[in-house]
Design a protein around this ligand. Structure first.
Ligand SMILES: NC(=O)c1ccc[n+]([C@@H]2O[C@H](COP(=O)([O-])OP(=O)(O)OC[C@H]3O[C@@H](n4cnc5c(N)ncnc54)[C@H](OP(=O)(O)O)[C@@H]3O)[C@@H](O)[C@H]2O)c1
Length: 244
């Protein structure tokens, strides 16, 4: 028994939010492949979370599920300490969960703006704060969006929340160094959104590399940020040059 505890304590562990499916699930599987124990957070996608957890365990690491609705800030504030009870070896936080909805400023009611900020900005903020306070040495990676360089008024709440998360990434990288590194990845078009059908001809015209990205491109950026002990306050754009 004590051998297992020593073994677990010596391993890396990551909390990946929104990891039941899509990019979050791929990140969790990739980290498992690198030997990380996985705290797999999900909101409502329980079935996919169970399936992803099985695949994660196939890499020979531990994986536990943590359900939290990020609209519930009290529950969100408790998430990190719950994860730490199971994984005292937690040393990586990936803020991946997000809500992506269209809507211009004129179409966005207060409730939608507040909920988007709760999920996309305040939850990562609470998790980052708690993570930094309790970790010995760690790393945080926030998922942004290349839209942070533009004013996509057709997705006003989403774009504003990701811009806020960019500023938090920079600010925390100063405050949390040298104990905790804080970096971010800003993907472009990687997986089609589930909530809408973009005009692909128009999208492709805006991408200098002339095509959409793949999850593997995001994972390469992950590897760089995880392995680079001297890198903090960095935003890696994985967008085929769309932000330029
Ligand atoms: N897809 C792309 O090409 C792209 C492009 C640019 C940036 N990004 C960023 O990359 C990240 C991953 O992208 P994605 O497209 O894979 O994301 P996604 O499918 O839109 O969302 C990821 C997860 O967020 C969770 N989530 C949403 N609302 C929640 C809530 N109230 N409480 C808890 N969890 C909640 C969902 O978990 P449940 O289903 O379990 O509720 C969902 O599976 C996001 O941060 C996104 O903004 C993606």
């Amino acid at each position: 028994m004590s051998f297992i505890i020593v073994l677990m304590a010596s391993r890396n562990a990551a909390l990946v939010t929104g990891a039941a499916k899509r990019i979050g699930a791929e990140i969790a599987l990739h980290l498992a492949g690198r030997g990380y124990d996985i705290a797999l957070h999900y909101g409502i996608s329980e079935k996919q979370a169970l399936e992803t957890a099985e695949k994660v365990r196939g890499h020979g690491v531990s994986c536990e599920l943590f359900q939290t609705d990020f609209k519930d800030l009290e529950a969100t504030e408790k998430l990190l300490s719950q994860v730490k009870k199971t994984f005292p070896n937690l040393n990586l936080l990936v803020n991946n969960a997000a809500v992506f909805q269209s809507g211009r400023i004129s179409e966005t009611c207060a409730k939608k703006m507040v909920e988007t900020f709760q999920i996309n900005f305040i939850s990562p903020y609470l998790l980052m704060r708690e993570f930094h306070e309790t970790v010995k040495k760690g790393s945080i990676i926030n998922m942004l969006d290349e839209r942070i360089t533009r004013y996509d008024h057709t997705h006003s709440a989403y774009t504003l929340s990701k811009k806020a998360l960019r500023e938090l990434t920079y600010m925390a990288s100063r405050e949390f160094a040298p104990k905790t590194r804080v970096n971010a990845i800003a993907p472009g078009y990687v997986l089609p959104p589930t909530s809408e059908n973009p005009d692909m001809k128009k999208v492709l015209k805006q991408i200098p590399m002339g095509g959409t990205g793949e999850v593997k491109d995001v994972l390469s950026a992950f590897d760089y940020l995880i392995d680079s002990d001297y890198v903090t306050g960095q935003i890696m754009y994985v967008d085929g040059g769309r932000h330029v």
